[in-house]
Design a protein around this ligand. Structure first.
Ligand code: SAM
Ligand code: SF4
Length: 459
């Protein structure tokens, strides 16, 4: 087993935080320039950016991050929906509404209930789901997780189908990761919550209290054949500067060891939850700080996707889409069965309560292109294969047409009149920007095929 220090060297990170406390503007400008090369940043450079307070320099950071985002991800924003499957949990995480001390009865979806939730999500236009489970070896064993995944892939409603299932379950064994891979999952996400060991100990009780089990989970997932993994911390538990350096350090470790960095970073901030008696988390992260974090991660690890959820207010989400976010959820629920009418225990509360239609309207007004694409994963463009296309910028040749085609499907099958009008304008705008003549012409042909009823056409 590798050593904790291979991933997180706490002493080194504290030293960097000490030494980078007083950044001068020349240094920051030099780092911003370097980041434009899209080769990433050192931990020390990230330290300087984290300590920057000058609003003019922060504004510059946003501009640079936004440029990098545009160059790598273009105008696209990929949509997914979380699906809470079970709130049974043996852990006692201080911050979470599913912790075992909460006496509210728990809910675990039957496979028939999973099917019903999936039909609702497909009828909203979703093609990608992120499954969420509490940790419970008896209620939520791996075979149940696998059955849920199979049920989802087999559920089709009208023209709807789920084409990629990502999973967020507790750290587990190589053997179980193999089973998830065999069931056809996309990304395996697991958040360290906090990389700070003392805080980690304070926050956890139960099997999750094992810091090493959590930290090396992604290594085991790779060993089990999963090459798309997602990292994250729960902002609010400890100093965000320390956490961001650790996230970057963890990403660099994975890149070095497996030749491919994390597929995504998630940047959740703590939200109020039933029976968690916090008015504020121990280390509150403001909205402005969250935006700074997103911009810094975009510059530090440019080829890793970044996810923002409906934990955040619409205004903050809109700004985050500009400066670094590549994937987002909309109209989410955080309880098992939450997309129906029954009220069950929710994991935490949300700040964006808009419908899918409202979210789409607002991102189209921002001139962004919604994408429901799942092509890479289905064509085996994952892990190293994905990175070898992404790094020289070649992935753009596929992504823009695929976004256009999957959004066109959405407009045909699910959109309101207003979204359809706005959406067609955006499609036309970006269709013209496909630089390869053959791909542009073929995209145009496929748009007509979609109008004529064909589905699931991708490059
Ligand atoms: N139970 C698994 C685990 O803990 O790894 C699966 C994921 S859990 C359902 C999803 C994530 O929700 C956790 O990793 C945690 O970061 C986040 N979370 C928990 N409580 C939260 C809260 N009160 N506000 C915001 N996010 C929270
Ligand atoms: Fe359980 Fe996950 Fe919540 Fe912890 S964060 S109590 S492991 S559901």
């Amino acid at each position: 087993m590798p050593n904790i220090k291979d991933i997180i060297n706490e002493r080194e990170i504290h030293n960097i935080l000490e030494e980078t406390q007083k950044p001068f503007s020349g240094k920051i400008l030099e780092i911003l320039n370097k980041s434009l090369k899209k080769k990433g940043l050192t931990l020390e450079e990230v330290g300087y950016l984290l300590h920057t307070q000058d609003p003019r320099l922060i504004e510059k950071m946003f501009k640079v991050a936004s440029k990098i985002k545009r160059e790598i991800y273009g105008e696209r924003l990929v949509f997914f929906a979380p699906l809470y499957v079970s709130s049974f949990c043996v852990n006692d995480c201080e911050y979470c509404g599913f912790h075992r001390r909460n006496p509210t009865p728990r809910k675990k979806l039957t496979l028939e209930e999973v099917r019903q939730q999936v039909i609702i999500l497909e009828n909203m236009g979703h093609k990608r789901l992120l499954l969420e489970f509490g940790e419970h070896p008896i209620e939520n064993p791996i075979d149940y997780v696998v059955d849920v995944i199979k049920t989802i892939y087999n559920t089709k409603s009208g023209r709807g189908e789920i084409r990629r299932v990502n999973v967020n379950i507790a750290a587990t064994t190589v053997e179980n990761y193999r089973k998830l891979k065999a069931a056809g999952i996309g990304t395996y996400q697991l958040f360290q919550e906090t990389y700070h060991r003392k805080t980690y100990k304070k926050m956890h009780n139960g099997p999750k209290a094992d810091y090493k089990r959590q930290l090396f989970a992604h290594d085991r997932a790779f060993e089990g054949g999963i090459d798309d993994v997602g990292l994250g911390v729960l902002f609010g538990l400890y100093d965000y500067k320390f956490e961001v350096l650790c996230l970057v350090s963890h990403a660099q470790y994975l890149d070095k060891k497996f030749g491919v960095g994390p597929h995504t970073f998630s940047v959740p901030r703590w939200q109020p939850a039933e029976t968690v008696n916090w008015i504020q988390p121990p280390y509150t992260v403001s909205e402005d700080e969250l935006l700074k974090i997103i911009a810094i991660l975009r510059m530090a690890v440019p080829y890793t996707g970044m996810i923002i959820s409906t934990r955040e207010r619409p205004e903050i989400r809109a700004k985050a889409f500009e400066i670094g976010i590549s994937q987002t959820s909309a109209a989410s629920r955080t309880s098992p069965g939450g997309y129906g009418t029954k009220k069950e225990l929710a994991q935490f509360s949300l700040s964006d309560h808009r419908t899918m239609d409202e979210v789409l309207k607002s991102i189209l007004k921002q001139e962004l292109l919604p994408s429901f694409c799942t092509a890479c994963y289905r064509l085996g463009r994952t892990g190293q294969k994905f990175m070898s296309l992404a790094k020289p910028g070649n992935i753009q040749n596929f992504c823009r047409p695929n976004a256009i085609l999957t959004f066109k499907e959405y407009l045909e099958d699910y959109a309101s009149e207003q979204v359809k009008v706005l959406g067609l304008k955006i499609i036309n705008k970006f269709l013209k920007q496909i630089s390869d003549d053959n791909i542009r012409k073929e995209t145009q042909i496929r748009l007509e095929r979609i109008e004529n009823g064909e589905r699931d056409l991708y490059f």
